[in-house]
Design a protein around this ligand. Sequence first.
Ligand SMILES: C[S@@+](CC[C@H](N)C(=O)[O-])C[C@H]1O[C@@H](n2cnc3c(N)ncnc32)[C@H](O)[C@@H]1O
Ligand code: SF4
Length: 463
Amino acid sequence: MVIKNYIDLSNSLLEKYSVSIPRYTSYPTAPEWTEDFTQGDFLSANQSANEKSTPISLYFHLPFCESQCYFCGCNIVISKKHSIVKDYLVHLKKEIITLSELIDKKREVKQIHLGGGTPTYFQKEELRELFNSIKEKFNISKDCEIGVEVDPRVTTPDHLKTLSALGFNRLSMGIQDFNPEVQHAINRIQSYEETNKLIILSRELGFQSINIDLIYGLPLQTVSTFTRTINLITRLNPDRIALFHYAHLPQLIKHQAKYIPSKSLPTSNEKIEIFKKSVELLTTNNYIFIGLDHFAKPDDELALARNNKTLHRNFQGYTTKANCDLYGFGITAISNIQNTFSQNIKKLNPYYEKLDACEMSIYRGFVLKTDDLLRKDIIMKILCHGKVTKSEIETVYQIDFDKYFSFELERLKDLQNDALVNISNTVIEVTNLGQYFLRNIACVFDYYLQRKNAEQKLYSKTI
Ligand SMILES: C[S@@+](CC[C@H](N)C(=O)[O-])C[C@H]1O[C@@H](n2cnc3c(N)ncnc32)[C@H](O)[C@@H]1O
Ligand code: SF4
């Protein structure tokens, strides 16, 4: 059930459901993970993956940026001294060797992603060196999806040529907003022209899919300024668009508190209007709403997967690659191997020290129990397919669905009254309107969120 046409979203619904909820790139979400997770937990999950010969997804966190965008909530290191990359590269290569030795060589790598920070902070020679050591140690499949996040402000034509020659086939570009006043307020000056030039070159070089990141809810944004931004974006004609809601967490993020005064932000009502107008413009410009914050062209793999019910969700958001075990490299990187999540140390020096001592750099994680796996399955089905078939869940988990989830089904009635879901004896199905409230529907099945209602402020609002 993919939304093609514009839907008239009512303000009262958007207001009612604009609450703080996780984005469910994992379940249970990261705040539930603990330092009780051991190296033994990681190794036994890895062994089980080796025995099943599961395919692999590799994520490399390249955390450096030249300057601080004031809105940014990513795990980054700001430095003008590019020599900082040298040490990082040495340790990433150590981690590649350590982890690759644990992984059965028969297992194929189906997906590689360089995220950040800004991967193109690395010089082209450094990116080549990193990629060659990945190629040397892993069995990369011919149809491997190889993506990279690029900041157009520091990405040169030479970067793109090098990445393309190495086999990269996907790009994700940060833009956020083209309005000069908004750009000034977020400390990110980036012209339409320089971005357009890079997109044209990327297409000439044969990159198959280009994604653009936008944020609504930024300081000084209005419906009319953001309408102009969206119109420029549709001229750039990306294959995919991520339209994030600005996560303003000044209590946790110092530079947001210092540089983004609350009074410069659009009000809740203005944000709702900006969101509604953006959805209207994108869907009438032939973008399909995939779910949460993602839009794609109708012939893009993501939209096709949405139709065929082969869509999945991982730490990079929506993906078409199923059943891959994710191995993360670099500070803060996350791994998701079989029924475990684990995360690397967040700071550079302790991460270096661990690798120098030939130890693993994990600092926390989680082993999913049966109830977690069951709820994860349901949450992902809601986010990716908009439908949960009760009998499928009953067969896999040997439960009586209605009995097991009597509390959740009771809570869903309110959402059914608002026409966001249809509940029958056999299925729970998200309506076309409900597609815009997926997090609100999914979170009903989040055991930890129900228990930890009081701590919801840790997450960003849905709208
Ligand atoms: C690692 S950055 C993208 C790559 C590159 N560093 C750049 O900025 O072009 C990932 C994306 O996260 C989003 N993002 C960062 N901080 C955010 C926040 N506080 N709220 C919403 N989205 C945010 C931005 O859209 C950004 O493009
Ligand atoms: S948005 Fe991108 S470039 Fe800006 S600080 Fe965050 S990661 Fe760095």
